[in-house]
Design a protein around this ligand. Structure first.
Ligand code: PGA
Length: 267
């Protein structure tokens, strides 16, 4: 296991999932502006340097209705969405297509979050269609998967089954454009702490699956994030000790100073 005090020597991706918050555009703008200022200097300026320093890429995923207020040009913050449909356009009342998101400047889209699986009946088949549609539009899907409390004993089968179904027909050429977020359902929004050992073991299961299914080289290029009750105290441990390539932050991303502390702790 990596040392707690070791330096982070790889590029990190930190994603803020605002979920269905906040309820006014003014609040959303304020949160966005504070975070944008707070993380300025973490990512883009580093890219301009000639020598390689690990980067921290920060992505904000607000509700759809706020996206067009947050168009970015040369910002240190990227935009993502929390969901999309699998068709480009047409008679699908209430749905948002990946093409619309791309045209609004999104780079990422979260797909298959456990709340969508639980409350909106999203199946692995639907998730697989959404992933393929997002890839076709050149959006990077952040595929969420993880086991429920009662499935903890069968975690290997559960994760494998989700990966097999969600990544069906995703080609070797496409897999490196996908980010995988391991989010144990029992740790989401509950304050339940997923130990570093449990997170590391899930990380290794996912890497092994990708290695067998694609190749070691491709598996090494797929980013794996951890998500579930992250705060500024535990954030870095998932990266330094559980080898994760980044974080998917829910509740703590609604508090700008807490979120900025999380980003800083992962440098
Ligand atoms: P949480 O949510 O950080 O509030 O646990 C994480 C997520 O749902 O992505």
């Amino acid at each position: 296991m990596t040392n707690k005090n070791s330096k982070i020597d790889k590029n990190i991706l930190i994603v803020a999932n605002w979920k269905m918050n906040p309820v006014t555009l003014d609040e959303a703008k304020r949160l966005f502006e504070v975070v944008k200022k707070g993380v300025a200097g973490f990512s883009l300026p580093r890219r301009k340097l000639k020598f390689a320093i690990p980067e921290v890429e920060v992505v904000t995923c607000p509700p759809f209705v706020y996206l067009s207020n947050f168009q970015l040009s040369a910002s240190s913050l990227q935009l993502g969405a929390q969901n999309c449909f699998y068709e480009e356009k047409g008679a699908f009342t209430g749905e948002i297509s990946p093409l619309m998101l791309k045209n609004l400047g999104c780079r990422y889209v979260i797909i298959g979050h456990s709340e969508r699986r639980q409350y909106f009946g999203e199946t692995n088949e639907m998730i697989n269609k959404k992933i393929k549609a997002a890839l076709k539009t050149r959006l990077k899907p952040i595929l969420c998967l993880g086991e429920k409390e009662e499935e903890r004993e069968q975690i290997k089968e559960i994760l494998e089954n989700q990966l097999i179904q969600d990544l069906k027909e995703v080609s070797p050429g496409q897999i490196t454009n996908i980010v995988i977020a391991y989010e144990p359902v029992w740790a989401i929004g509950t304050g339940n702490y997923c130990s570093v050992d449990d997170a590391l073991s899930a990380y290794l299961m996912i890497k092994k699956f990708l290695t067998n299914y694609y190749s070691r080289n491709l598996a090494n290029r797929v980013k794996i994030l951890y998500g579930g009750s992250i705060d500024n105290q535990n954030a870095a441990s998932y990266i330094k000790e559980a080898r994760m390539d980044g974080l998917l932050v829910g509740g703590a991303s609604l508090n700008a100073s807490e979120f900025i502390k999380i980003v800083k702790s992962c440098q």
